[in-house]
Design a protein around this ligand. Structure first.
Ligand code: NAD
Ligand code: UD1
Length: 337
C-alpha cells in the first residue's frame, strides 16, 4: 500500500513516517518545508535504514500535487500539512485559511481526480473550545476561538460534505490532544521556530539552558494546583494511532471522528516536576498572567479510539519527558547542525 504523507517532514509526520516504513508501507513524503528541515528526512532515513521518497511541493498547488499522483499510484493520504501557531493565526487569518483550508480543498480535488479517496486528517482537541466538562467525548459541542481552530473545524466539515457527495470516500478525522516526546533514538523531535508557544518545548529549552525560565500562564485555575491541565500524548503513540486508522480505513462506512489522547490530565507544575526528574536539571519558573484563550482543563475520553481502532496510548508522562530530554539534550539547536 502506497501512502502519501503531506507534512511528512514535520514533527508528527516524521514520527509517523518511521512507523509506516517499519510496518512495510511504501511512503511518499510531500512537504513545502515551510516549517521543517530537510535534516529531519535524513534523520528518518538513518532510523529506518532506507532512502525516503520526498517531493517538495505545496498542497495549494494543483500542479505540485498532480505531479505526485501521476508519478505514484497513491492508495491513501495522511494529511498533516498545515500551519499550527494559534497566535500567528490571529494575526494572519487569511494565510491560515489559505494554507489549511484552501490547501485541503485542493488536495481533495486532486485526490478525487486520481481516484484516491482515503484520507486521514490531523484535527485537534482545539475544536472542543472550552468544554463544559471533562473527559471530552467526540460528540461534545464544537467551537473555535481563533482562526487556527476554525480552520480545523472547517476542514472537518468540508470532509464530511465530501463524503455526503460521494460515499466512496473513506475519511478519518483524528483529534489530537497535546503531542509531546520524541523517537527513542533522540535524533528526531519537535523543533519549533523561535520562541516555543507550547509548554513541553519551552520546558525542554529551559532545562537545556536556552531559556532562562518558564512563565507559567496562571496559577488560579480551578485545577489541582491552579495551573492548566492537559492531556499530553507521546508522539509515537499518536503516530501509531494513524497506522491503526490506516489499517482499518477500508472498513469504515462513514467518516470517523476519533480522539487521540491518553485520558490523563497533568498540570503545568506536574509537567515541570516530571521533566526535572527525567532530565536531572532544574526548570526555573515564574508565575505569569493567564494566556488569552486558554482553558483550565482539557483531557480526552479515549475509549472510542480503543473501540474502533483498537488503539490506546501506552507511554506515560515519565517516558514522554525522558524522550523529549534525549532529543533536546542531543540537539540543543534542533535540526540546525
Ligand atoms: P509541523 O509544523 O511540524 O508539521 C507540519 C508540516 O507541514 C511541516 O513540515 C510544514 O513544512 C508542512 N506544511 C505546512 N504547510 C504546507 C503546505 N501548504 N504544503 C506542504 N507542506 C506544508 O506540525 P506538527 O506538529 O507535525 O502538526 C501536524 C498536523 O497536526 C498539523 O496539521 C497540525 O495543525 C496538527 N496538530 C498538531 C498539534 C500539535 O500540538 N503539534 C495538535 C493538534 C493538531
Ligand atoms: C495549544 C493551542 C491549541 C493546540 C494545542 C496543541 C493555544 C492558545 N492553544 O493549546 O490550539 O490545539 O496547543 O498543540 O496556543 N503554558 C505555560 N507556559 C508556556 C506555555 C504553556 O504555562 O510557556 C501552559 C498553558 O497555559 C497550558 C499548558 O501549559 O495550560 C499547555 O499549553 P500548550 O502546550 O500551549 O497547549 P494548549 O494550551 O493545550
Amino acid at each position: 500500500m502506497k501512502v502519501l504523507v503531506t507534512g511528512g517532514a514535520g514533527y508528527i509526520g516524521s514520527h509517523t513516517v518511521v512507523l509506516l516504513i517499519d510496518a512495510g508501507y511504501e511512503v511518499v513524503v510531500f512537504d513545502n518545508f515551510s516549517n521543517a528541515s530537510k535534516e529531519s528526512i535524513r534523520r528518518v532515513e538513518a532510523i529506518v535504514g532506507k532512502e525516503i521518497v520526498v517531493v517538495e511541493g505545496d498542497i495549494r498547488s494543483r500542479e505540485d500535487l498532480a505531479k505526485v499522483f501521476s508519478s505514484y499510484k497513491i492508495d491513501a493520504v495522511i494529511h498533516f500539512a498545515g500551519l499550527k501557531a494559534v497566535g500567528e493565526s490571529v494575526e494572519q487569518p487569511l494565510r491560515y485559511y489559505d494554507n489549511n483550508v484552501n490547501g485541503s480543498v485542493v488536495l481533495c480535488e486532486v485526490m478525487s481526480e486520481y481516484n484516491c479517496k482515503s484520507i486521514i486528517f490531523s484535527s485537534s482537541a482545539t475544536v472542543y473550545g472550552d468544554p463544559h466538562t471533562t473527559p471530552i467525548l467526540e460528540n461534545f459541542p464544537l467551537s473555535a476561538t481563533n482562526p487556527y481552530g476554525r480552520s480545523k473545524l472547517m476542514v472537518e466539515e468540508i470532509l464530511r460534505d465530501v463524503y455526503v457527495s460521494d460515499n466512496e470516500w473513506k475519511i478519518v478525522l483524528l483529534r489530537y490532544f497535546n503531542p509531546v516526546g520524541a523517537h527513542k533514538s533522540g535524533s528526531i523531535g519537535e523543533d519549533p521556530n523561535g520562541l516555543p508557544n507550547n509548554l513541553m518545548p519551552f520546558i525542554a529549552q529551559t532545562a537545556v539552558g536556552k531559556r532562562e525560565y518558564l512563565s507559567v500562564f496562571g496559577n488560579n485555575y480551578d485545577t489541582v494546583d491552579g495551573t492548566g491541565v492537559r492531556d499530553y500524548i507521546h508522539v509515537v503513540d499518536l503516530a501509531q494511532g494513524h497506522l491503526n486508522a490506516l489499517d482499518r480505513i477500508r472498513n469504515f462506512n462513514e467518516p470517523m471522528t476519533i480522539n487521540l489522547g491518553t485520558g490523563n490530565g497533568y498540570s503545568v507544575l506536574e509537567m515541570v516536576e516530571a521533566f526535572e526528574k527525567a532530565s536531572a536539571k532544574k526548570v526555573p519558573y515564574t508565575i505569569a498572567e493567564r494566556r488569552v484563550g486558554d482553558i483550565a482543563t482539557c483531557f480526552a475520553d479515549p475509549s472510542y479510539a480503543k473501540e474502533v481502532l483498537d488503539w490506546e496510548a501506552t507511554r506515560g508522562i515519565d517516558e514522554m519527558c525522558e524522550d523529549t530530554w534525549r532529543w533536546q539534550s542531543q540537539n540543543p539547536n534542533g535540526y540546525i547542525i
